[in-house]
Design a binder for this molecule. Structure first.
Ligand code: GCV
Length: 721
């Protein structure tokens, strides 16, 4: 290294070790920060093990993998690591497919590579001549790219790399973000600024952020992105927009990411000037075929469509008395010759049907089991209502054995505090994925439905509604980044543990110091339960402020019945909760036994879902010995107290991370406590109008009367009007 650079580098290192300078960081780099390894002993070990790299192959993907290893190594090891052309005696990284590298071919990895498929990889320490080298190999260049990011993660998380033997392959084929982004750059349920896609300046202007978006996603294995809102605008399918979409696809392609769009079902009328959008009308069929051929002429690897049809006012096949299968199959047939897929959403419910909303998707879709084409997936939200802080898993998981079913998780925090509340969502995702559906007896986890292992599906997928926007740190709340990260990691491996994911993320995003990791992990791991407690404890759900869903609104009783809170909590002078037992709406019967029986029986129903399934008297005796009313009050208080504790715990993290992100989180936590308290007091006061019981002794009294909360406006919350 040049002497001057060496000196500068040593000074920085010295200052960093002694925490002399309060680094400030915007968060833009997410978990790909690649700052120098802070442990000098480990740094030296890594330097000794990596003296150069060779990447065989010459595709766009290999080129970006090479760029990444160069960037990653030079940052993490603090000096440029040379790309070399031949191995002499040094420790190096050798990356490539057996087809591209004779040395790798000679290593006889063929057996292991049989298990890694199109996107998996092997990372192995092998002896080559007289020295140890690290091999990253795969069947495809994409596998090499994923292996590269995985390897860098090992360094970022300070893992011992002296004897590596890693074989990885994704368990889910399509790992995809859904952007609810509109063409005018507003984002439905977006709390992090405007849409990332600047449609006005596309296709000519391609800012670096597009590439960083692709890099970031590739680093966690995300391989698809639906650019547009499911409440779709047909205009994105016009030539003007297809050129813009193609420009984005060109940026994303080298990172293994395909673009997808939302298809507005009435597009043949709106932009095709047809009279109908009937999926069985030959003119309509032909219009879509031509449109799809046109899309592929601009974007040869276009992924396909996500469709919201006959849901919340969106048009769909039922407008023509056709079924969801008729609609989905019509699009699927036109996409099939190009290898495209349809992700058809099952988020359907109708206020005119007097049936429990939680039952409607199952009722509509189960009769269609087996009627969808092979390239159709039914996209099912994790729970039967709508991304609540806690819901039981959706009964459609396991109920359509001859249909491809994929989950949709919400990364953006529509119902969990937007970009203000620190809520780590991986435990919520994990709770759903690890639920046992019993569809084929004990051990039929949701994860096994969606990875295709339970029913042997030909195609598998997992979607997450993105929380990204054009704010500097991408997600608004610095911890919102963890939810994006966790989604990607769980889509790659739905059996992964949320705690492991948190550990990785903290190390890469904040610090590898265990004094920082453990307290931050504790904050993250408890945060979802805290949120449930101060918003919707014991199975309460959908009692949010009408429209924006940020604050409490248990009193909401106007407008569409199935959008009111009173529809869901059913509080009255006798008690509270939605009776979905066999004696009530019978939603429990949509689950396989014994899940059905467990939920149905008040004695065995998990208390955290009690009021989801049961309407119970205020004096119902809980396991704690308290009455239901007392327990509700206690839970709301526990939620707020936990946020207070979290603030104290965070304050101790000063010095662990840069001052900018530290202060930002600190300020957000203050708001979170304020608004969690509003949730607590508003809900307790409102429910007290029915329970007519005192708030148990020892609990804080509400700060204001109920009216104050009913009239409260949330003026300082990004994305909330
Ligand atoms: C994109 C909920 C949200 C809507 C969203 C809808 C959906 O109802 O409030 O904003 O629309 O879900 O998932 O389609």
């Amino acid at each position: 290294m040049h002497l001057f650079r060496k000196i500068v580098f040593s000074v920085i290192l010295f200052l960093a070790f002694f925490n002399v300078i309060a680094f400030s960081e915007s968060g833009y780099r997410l978990w790909l920060r690649y700052d120098i390894i802070s442990d000098p002993v480990l740094l030296q070990k890594y330097r000794n093990s990596i003296r150069g790299y060779i990447y065989s192959g010459n595709s766009q993907i290999i080129n970006v993998a090479k760029k990444e290893i160069m960037k990653g190594l030079s940052g993490l090891l603090g000096s440029e690591i040379p790309e070399i052309s031949k191995i002499k005696n040094e420790s190096i990284i050798l990356a490539g497919t057996p087809a591209d590298s004779k040395i790798i071919l000679s290593l006889k990895l063929a057996e292991d590579l049989k298990t890694t498929g199109e996107e998996g990889f092997i990372i192995r320490t092998v002896k080559y001549r007289k020295t140890k080298i690290i091999v990253i190999s795969a069947n495809t260049d994409k596998g090499i790219l994923y292996g590269t990011f995985f390897f860098l993660r090992l360094l970022q998380t300070h893992t011992d790399i002296s004897n590596l033997n890693i074989i990885e392959a994704p368990k889910v084929k399509v790992r995809i973000l859904n952007h609810w982004d509109n063409l005018n750059r507003t984002v439905e349920r977006g709390y992090a600024g405007l849409s990332l896609w600047d449609w006005d300046t596309l296709p000519d202007s391609l800012p670096e952020r597009y590439t960083d978006y692709a890099r970031t996603n590739a680093s966690i294995g995300i391989n698809g992105t639906v650019l547009t809102n499911v409440n779709a605008n047909a205009r994105v399918l016009t030539l003007e927009y297809l050129k813009k979409v193609a420009a984005l696809a060109n940026v994303f392609r080298p990172y293994g990411i395909k673009v997808y769009l939302t298809a507005r079902f009435s597009a043949p009328i709106e932009i095709g000037k047809l009279k109908s959008a009937d999926p069985l009308d030959p003119e309509v069929i032909n219009w879509w075929k031509k449109k799809i051929d046109e899309i592929y002429s601009y974007i040869p690897d276009f992924g396909g469509f996500t469709v919201k049809a006959n849901s919340e006012g969106q048009p769909g096949p039922q407008n023509y008395n056709r079924s969801h299968a008729d609609g989905a199959n019509m699009l699927a047939d036109a996409l099939a010759p190009h290898g495209g897929i349809v992700m058809w959403r099952a988020f359907v419910y109708d206020n005119n049907i007097p049936e429990d909303r939680a039952k409607q998707a199952y009722n509509e879709f189960v009769p269609l089991n087996g009627k969808f084409r092979n390239n159709v997936l039914i996209q099912v939200k994790n729970g039967p209502v709508d991304f609540q802080p806690r819901e039981p898993f959706h009964p459609l998981f396991g109920a359509m054995p001859e249909t491809n079913v994929m989950p949709e998780f919400q990364i953006t925090q529509e119902y969990l505090g937007a970009s203000v509340h620190l809520v780590y969502l991986a435990p919520l995702f994990e709770e759903c994925l690890k639920s046992d559906t019993y569809a084929k007896g004990n051990g039929s986890l949701v994860a096994s439905v969606i990875d295709g292992s339970l029913f042997g599906n030909n195609i598998t997928a997992m979607a997450g509604v993105a929380n990204t926007g054009n704010v500097e740190n991408w997600t608004g709340h610095p911890f919102g980044q963890a939810n994006w990260y966790a989604f990607g990691r769980l889509a790659w491996n739905p059996y992964e543990k949320s705690e492991t994911i948190a550990d990785e993320w903290i190390r890469m995003t904040f610090s590898n110091d265990s004094d920082c990791i453990e307290p931050i992990k504790k904050i993250m791991m408890q945060s979802r339960e805290n949120c449930v407690n101060y918003m919707t404890p014991l199975g309460l759900h959908h009692i949010m402020y009408a429209g924006h869903h940020y604050g409490p609104g248990p009193w909401v009783n106007r407008g569409r019945r199935d959008w009111t809170s009173v529809y869901y909590h059913k509080a009255d002078s006798n008690g509270i909760g939605f009776d979905r037992t066999t004696a009530g709406s019978d939603a429990v019967s949509q689950y396989f036994s014994p899940v059905k029986d467990i939920f149905n029986n008040v004695e065995t129903c998990p208390e955290n879902l009690l009021l989801w399934f049961h309407h119970l008297p205020w004096d119902f005796k809980m396991k704690s010995g308290k009455t239901l009313w007392e327990e509700i009050c206690i839970k709301y208080h526990q939620g707020v107290n936990a946020v207070r504790q979290m603030r104290k715990d965070w304050d101790l993290m000063k010095g662990c991370i840069d001052s900018q992100r530290f202060e930002q989180v600190r300020e957000l936590m203050a708001k979170q406590e304020r608004d969690a308290t509003i949730w607590r007091d508003a809900c307790i006061l409102y429910f007290q109008t029915f329970s007519r019981r005192p708030i148990p002794a020892g609990l804080e009294k509400p700060l204001h009367p109920l009216d104050y909360y009913i009239n409260h406006k949330y003026s300082d919350i990004p994305g909330i009007k």
